[in-house]
Design a protein around this ligand. Structure first.
Ligand code: SAM
Ligand code: SF4
Ligand code: SF4
Length: 339
């Protein structure tokens, strides 16, 4: 298998995000609003989830075709029973050049205090914890939960104590948590955790997204700059974040400008839903069902996976413009494919 599979725009497949479940123990208002994801919402039945054997097969084939990064996500990935076993299986995969795969996890952090050390021991390389408020009341309101914020902060500490590099992802939404930009940056400055502020995106169709709700990354950087000297970190590559370090050496922040500065040209990411559908764009309406191939053989997975990638022409964010005018089209939900 060659190690570079190009899409119609010449982009190679490098990252695979694997959703382990569509369920979550939080109901973040911009992701799984409770009016939609309430008691009557039908989640995937267990038998529809890809098994660990199927996930491992898809990951192995993807890595054989040039994928260097695997990220486990959800819903909330830590709700999937046996996740440490899956991590240990995936961490053993090797790239065609013999190199290790970068194995990461995105989580809401609520179960991380218990699982950080076992995940590290199983071979996890790093973790991203999503956290949008450092205020108990704000956290409860944004994540629509009675769970205490302290659980997430304990999770972050446990991950760091276990030796896992930690990033904190903060989605900034006007009127919801934009008043906390400076305090969140300050809280994690000097702790080794890198905060990345993310522009609120029009993913899915349930969150009632409006352009006015987006706080441009430029504003975020400007506000932190009023307090600290920031130096841009040059390297960007296919990374989504623009990075800045504090000039006094107290750490780093990042901004992800998915709306104001689209990065489709360097998008090397595919997403696998918990029921085995491959989405080649966060804003896609449908995915390609990899489940049957994943139950069959590596060759069948390669055919379906790379076939879908070669046909890919996605660049939604570049085309979005100020008005998408596109809100009636069905789009997959973020909680289904994991961001
Ligand atoms: N439950 C895990 C978590 O929250 O980290 C993993 C799945 S969650 C869908 C992945 C990421 O998507 C989170 O960082 C979340 O904040 C982000 N996200 C969800 N909806 C979003 C939106 N409309 N715009 C930007 N980011 C969003
Ligand atoms: Fe759950 Fe993550 Fe979505 Fe929040 S952002 S509702 S934690 S899946
Ligand atoms: Fe990639 Fe689609 Fe996002 Fe563009 S809009 S960066 S193609 S996921």
């Amino acid at each position: 298998m060659g190690d570079r599979i190009g899409d119609l725009r010449g982009r190679a497949l490098r990252d695979l995000r694997i959703s382990l479940t569509d369920r979550c123990n939080l109901r973040c208002v911009y992701c799984m609003p409770r009016e939609i994801f309430g008691p009557d919402h039908v989640f995937l039945p267990r038998e529809r989830l890809l098994t660990f054997d199927q996930i491992e097969r898809v990951a192995r084939v993807a890595v054989g075709g040039g994928v260097t990064k695997l990220r486990l996500t959800g819903g909330e990935p830590l709700l999937r029973p046996g996740i440490t076993d899956l991590v240990s299986r995936l961490s053993r995969l090797r790239r065609p050049d013999g190199g290790a795969v970068d194995l990461a996890l995105t989580t809401n952090g609520t179960a991380l205090a218990r699982l950080a050390a076992p995940l590290r021991d199983a071979g996890l390389d790093r973790v991203t914890v999503s956290l949008d408020s450092l205020d108990d009341e704000g956290f409860g309101r944004i994540s629509d939960t009675r769970m205490p914020l302290g659980r997430v902060l304990d999770g972050i500490r446990a991950a760091q104590a276990a030796g896992l590099p930690v990033k904190v992802n903060t989605v900034v939404r006007r009127g919801l948590n934009d008043g906390e930009i400076e305090s969140i940056a300050e809280h994690f400055r000097g702790t080794g955790a890198v905060v990345r502020f993310i522009e609120y995106m029009d993913v899915g169709t349930t969150n009632g997204w409006r352009l006015d709700d987006v706080v441009p990354s430029a504003e975020v950087v400007e506000r932190i700059r009023r307090r600290h000297r920031l130096v841009p970190v040059a390297e960007r590559g296919s990374a989504t974040a623009s990075r800045f370090r504090y000039a006094d050496g107290s750490g780093e922040i990042g901004v992800i400008s998915s709306v104001t500065e689209a990065f489709c040209g360097s998008c090397t990411r595919a997403r696998l839903s918990a029921d085995g559908h491959l989405f080649t764009c966060l804003f896609a309406s449908d995915g390609v069902d990899l489940g049957p191939a994943a139950a069959e053989s590596d060759d069948t997975v390669a055919e379906v996976l790379f076939g879908a990638w070669r046909r890919r022409d996605d660049r939604y964010s570049e085309l979005r413009g100020a008005e998408t005018g596109d809100h009636d089209r069905a789009r997959v939900e973020m909680s289904f494919i994991g961001g």
